[in-house]
Design a protein around this ligand. Structure first.
Ligand code: MN
Length: 227
């Protein structure tokens, strides 16, 4: 088989303790998965999880700096636990879900909040608020064999050293096994899929020239200088 032009590189994440990288297939994200954040966004906290996506090539790795994204005046950070799948399936039971996870990383679901708010108000898709270039900074992936499964851990976000988000993974409305169970009822999950699992309260702006850092205890940090 040949291509009419050179095929594109496979997006990937660096892996703790290895030179080999984790190939990334798709990026799924959970909307509103911490009660306090759901409340700050004016949402009902009892509804089932919902999902949106980012393109895999929106990943930013190696703590690379990114340009301030176009078409927004209100870039927001969202500190999140990222789950990397080693295997997939459909209609996965929560009890079977953890066994399918390859590893975990800290991530930042960068959001053009003004575009997202306009899309919500007009009942239009969120894509241009969420799925823009360089919208998915992600830290080094830590294998389950090293970090175990993450059901509680402090998650923090700082902007130029000032703490904006400070919560615990245990505060999720839907834990990781239930996220995987719900998502696999909507799509067939595949090896290489990433899931950004939602953000706690305290989301806010990142201005040009500022550095945003997401840290999860036991997983390290991802740092991103913007603009
Ligand atoms: Mn998010």
């Amino acid at each position: 088989m040949s291509y009419v032009m050179p095929p594109f590189p496979v997006p990937s994440l660096p892996v703790e303790g290895s030179d080999a990288r984790f190939p990334v297939r798709r990026i799924f994200c959970v909307g509103r998965n911490y009660e306090e954040h759901a409340r700050e966004m004016g949402a009902d906290t009892r509804e089932p999880p919902f999902f949106f996506t980012k393109p895999a090539d929106a990943l930013v790795t190696g703590n690379a700096a990114i340009p301030y994204p176009p078409a927004t005046q209100d870039l927001h950070h969202e500190a999140e636990l990222v789950v990397a799948m080693r295997a997939g399936g459909v209609d996965i039971a929560p009890e079977a879900a953890l066994d399918l996870i390859w590893g975990y990383a800290p991530g930042n679901d960068l959001t053009r909040r003004d575009l997202q708010a306009a899309a919500k108000a007009a009942r239009r898709p969120w894509d241009m608020g969420k799925a823009f270039d360089a919208s998915a900074p992600c830290g080094t992936l830590v294998p389950v064999s090293v970090c175990g499964h993450i059901s509680r851990a402090r998650i923090t976000c700082t902007v130029d050293g000032r703490v904006t988000q400070d919560a615990d993974i245990a505060d999720m409305i839907w834990d990781v096994p239930h996220i995987i169970a719900h998502l696999s009822g909507l799509v067939r999950l595949e090896p290489g899929d990433l899931i950004f699992t939602g953000t706690p309260a305290g989301v806010g702006p990142v201005a040009r020239g500022q550095t945003v850092r997401v840290e999860i205890a036991g997983l390290g940090a991802v740092e991103t200088k913007v603009g």
